[in-house]
Design a protein. Structure first.
Length: 278
């Protein structure tokens, strides 16, 4: 796609209409239940973490199951169908996926217990930031001066057996494309011998819009506000579906450098995305 074509999609958000009467009923019902489940689960998680942390330190043998349960419940509440192809890897390492929506957090947590890598600004977002910190998200700052410290955090979490999940595109999209992968985050796997023991599993996330709706319906990108998009999702009477495709994991040391590893993951994820435009 041309540079001009790449820029056009960012400036063409979908039209998010205010819910009608029936839509507001769905918002109130689904939103209320989802809020209770989410923050009720958070309260239980924080309580158990008070016990888990002194006994297990950085390891989290119990609380990730709560996060996964809440995310699975979210799909039931929204009546959004979730299908899975392939199997999550059992080896130590990380998951990399394309990034289309705020729903990715629920989607990927529902199918596997993992910890996200996110930009530092998310930690300060109301509501979302609290949830992210409580569930063990790794926050990274876009400053060169932070590189060494962030490298150490990555290594410590990986050596603790945590499966980290990051989005190499560096931003979310309109759900019908896969952007070029940035290789910088892959560098963490080529230090202090981690490349000899770690694996990377590419995962494709595909959002299928409700019948008759814009294919970008679940995408969240550019300057789109979270609130209106959340209302749109809650108010949708007949939802679409989400498809998660787990690809074969690869050993990090099968690739000579981070750029080759990033290119492989990008190629695999893009090739299996049925909606991705070229």
């Amino acid at each position: 796609m041309s540079a001009e074509g790449q820029s056009d999609w960012r400036d063409a958000p979908i039209s998010v209409e205010a819910p009608g009467v029936v839509g507001w009923l769905y918002v109130i019902l689904r939103g209320g239940i989802l809020g209770l489940v989410t923050y009720g689960g958070l309260a239980i998680l924080l309580f158990l973490r008070l016990i888990e942390r002194p006994l297990c330190g950085q390891a989290r043998p119990v609380t990730p199951f709560i996060t996964q349960g809440v995310c699975k419940a979210a799909f039931v509440i929204l009546r959004l169908r979730l299908t899975v192809t392939g199997t999550p890897m059992q080896q130590k390492g990380a998951v990399v996926a394309n990034h289309a929506s705020w729903l990715d957090i629920f989607t990927l947590n529902a199918v596997q217990r993992l910890y996200f890598v996110s930009k530092a600004e998310v930690a300060g977002w109301p509501g979302i930031g609290w949830l992210a910190r409580a569930t063990g998200t790794v926050f990274i700052a876009r400053k060169g001066t932070e590189a060494k410290r962030q490298q150490e955090v990555f290594e410590n979490r990986l050596r603790a057996g945590h499966k980290l999940c990051f989005f190499p595109e560096g931003t979310s999209t309109d759900a019908i494309r896969v952007l070029p992968f940035k290789s910088s985050l892959f560098q963490a796997f080529y230090t202090h011998g981690l490349d000899r023991v770690m694996f990377i599993q590419p995962v494709t996330v595909v959002y299928h819009a409700p019948p008759g709706k814009d294919a970008r319906y679940y995408g969240w990108w550019g300057d789109m506000s979270f609130g209106p998009h959340l209302l749109l999702t809650l108010a949708t009477r007949r939802q679409g579906r989400v498809e998660v495709i787990f690809h074969p994991e690869v050993p990090v040391d099968a690739f000579p450098n981070r750029k080759d590893l990033a290119a492989h993951c990008e190629r695999v994820i893009r090739a299996s995305h049925p909606l991705a435009v070229e």
